[in-house]
Design a binder for this molecule. Structure first.
Ligand SMILES: [Zn+2]
Length: 226
């Protein structure tokens, strides 16, 4: 009787092992072997597939099974809450590939720093991306000085990017993009300034930190040069 009780367990383990191979999920080994530059290339390739309308065919159920006992994502992406900019979809990533941290206007705070420290130092991700996007409502709100509930404090975090970008209007898409790019760069500076863990991982080359801009009109991401 006892012996038969093992069979379903054994079958489940075999299934999980087989799924791991078939599902092509990130593994401890593949994550450890990956460099920050390779992780960035993966995201670039994924966005190119998305733009071309040729996302990878994925067995989502197999990926669920294969990742049930652990995760080894290679990237952590901080992006806006905007419904038009879902990171996993626009970079054609699967389950277990990337951490996703989202806040309006992709502003960073202690909670985001903590999440990024977990993603990199504990869980081994090799790349941090701060992803802004065109037509960002939060950035427009900051430009217009909107004050409303808890949004007031959130938008205040974008004000330095507005000031540094000079005068302009929220109705000018080019100006909104300019402020958003500055906000992305400010967020990266803040991550390095306020997280000694990320600063050290970045300085030693173990983790890359890059900015990017997602275009809601084309689906294309342009990664920002340092
Ligand atoms: Zn936004």
């Amino acid at each position: 009787m006892r012996r038969t009780a093992y069979l379903p367990v054994l079958a489940a383990v075999m299934t999980a092992a087989a799924a791991l191979v078939l599902a092509q999920v990130s593994t401890k080994e593949s994550q450890a072997a990956m460099t920050p530059a390779q992780a960035l290339q993966r995201l670039k390739d994924g966005n190119a597939r998305f733009v071309a309308g040729q996302p990878k065919a994925r067995d989502w159920n197999a990926k669920v099974i294969a990742t049930a006992t652990g995760q080894y994502p290679y990237a952590a992406v901080v992006s806006c809450i905007d419904s038009r900019a879902p990171g996993e979809i626009v970079m054609d990533q699967g389950i277990g590939d990337m951490f996703s941290l989202r806040s309006a206007g992709n502003v960073v705070d202690t909670d985001i720093f903590g999440g990024l420290e977990f993603a990199t130092k504990v869980a081994g991700a090799k790349l941090v991306v701060v992803l802004g996007h065109t037509e960002c409502g939060a950035v427009k709100g900051a430009i217009d000085g909107v004050k409303m509930g808890n949004l007031t404090a959130l938008l205040a975090k974008i004000q330095s990017a507005v000031r540094d970008s000079g005068p302009g209007s929220s109705k000018d898409p080019a100006y909104v993009t300019k402020v958003t790019e500055k906000n992305v760069r400010d967020s990266i500076d803040e991550i390095k300034a306020r997280s000694s863990i990320l600063r050290e991982l970045s300085a030693s080359g173990q983790v890359g930190i890059v900015g990017g801009m997602y275009d809601v009109a084309t689906g294309k991401i342009t990664f920002l040069a340092d």
